[in-house]
Ligand binder design. Structure first.
Ligand code: PDD
Length: 276
């Protein structure tokens, strides 16, 4: 079952009018929330980021946190699988096509669940390949906007090159992946770019930094140059659907020794025990 504007129904029966501003303008925001053993992971943090995204596009939050919590609970209960990921989507609603905000329109609210498949063991053992590209997105990458065309094109570049992710560079510095955050490790130090308008403030990113701090792993949160990216001993990719994965090839060259390293092994273990 999915949730759409007050109703729970099978996805095949869900309909949105073509004049929805999400369809016409990509005028909306979203969240992706992992569910482990039927429990939403870091729900409060996801709802806080949803509020930040809604504020960023000047759209009033259609629900209180309690209402969101109840909707999320009902969706989890009405779908099979202990582990799921929820896709939660709010658009500015249905109105005659005009760029300016319509008046008195009700936002469209949509929630669906999909199975959450852990990254395959083989990939965790070998690591994945990434390529680099210029970050040609807008300057509000902190908003989790549904208008994802640049991310779609950038991620497809990776797929076309036989890689999993595209790591983005802006003005000589790394920002993030097309659909993930990126960490580096060098000489036992975990390095991450700071949260700002140039990247999505990842919930998994926060979890990784918290776990590292609790384990007294030295961390530096600061701008990461392209040179540092290319000379890192390890690269890690994080997202709600991919958890933590090792990146072992960058633009066709091995990262460090070309296999998952000690920092990945440690953080992966910590994340696995924390998420339960
Ligand atoms: N994307 N940066 C971008 C551009 C992303 O799209 C994502 C996640 C992240 C990681 O954020 P988090 O740890 O909160 O998932 C960073 C989701 C999974 C998606 O669009 O499907």
């Amino acid at each position: 079952m999915i949730y759409l504007n007050g109703d729970f129904l099978p996805i095949e029966e869900a309909r949105v009018p073509v004049l929805d501003r999400g369809f016409i303008f990509g005028d909306g925001v979203y969240e992706v929330i992992p569910v482990y053993s039927h429990k939403p992971f870091r729900l409060a943090e996801h709802l806080l980021r949803l509020q930040h995204s809604l504020d960023g596009i000047r759209l009033q939050n259609p629900h209180s946190d309690e209402e969101w919590g109840s909707l999320v609970e009902q969706i989890i209960a009405s779908n099979d699988g202990d582990d799921q990921y929820l896709y939660l989507h709010v658009t500015r609603g249905v109105a005659r096509r005009d760029h300016a905000f319509p008046k008195g329109v009700i936002p469209t609210v949509f929630i669906m669940s999909n199975p959450l498949l852990a990254p395959p063991r083989e990939l965790l053992a070998t690591g994945v390949a990434a390529i680099t590209a210029d970050d040609n997105r807008w300057l509000r990458c902190d908003i989790k906007a549904i208008s994802l065309l640049p991310n779609v094109l950038l991620r497809q570049m990776a797929i076309d090159a036989g890689a999993m992710e595209t790591i983005l560079l802006r003005d000589g510095f790394m920002t993030e992946g097309a659909a993930s955050n990126i960490f580096l490790a060098k000489d036992g130090v975990l390095l991450a770019p700071p949260k700002n308008h140039l990247m999505l403030p990842g919930i998994t990113y926060d979890v990784v930094l918290e776990l590292a701090a609790a384990e007294k792993i030295p961390c530096e949160v600061r701008e990461v140059s392209e040179y540092e990216l290319r000379t890192a001993q390890e690269l890690l990719l994080t997202s709600s659907t991919r958890e933590i994965m090792p990146v072992t090839r960058l633009d066709g060259k091995p990262v460090g020794e070309g296999k998952p390293g000690a920092m990945f092994a440690r953080l992966y273990r910590l994340y696995q025990s924390y998420k339960q």
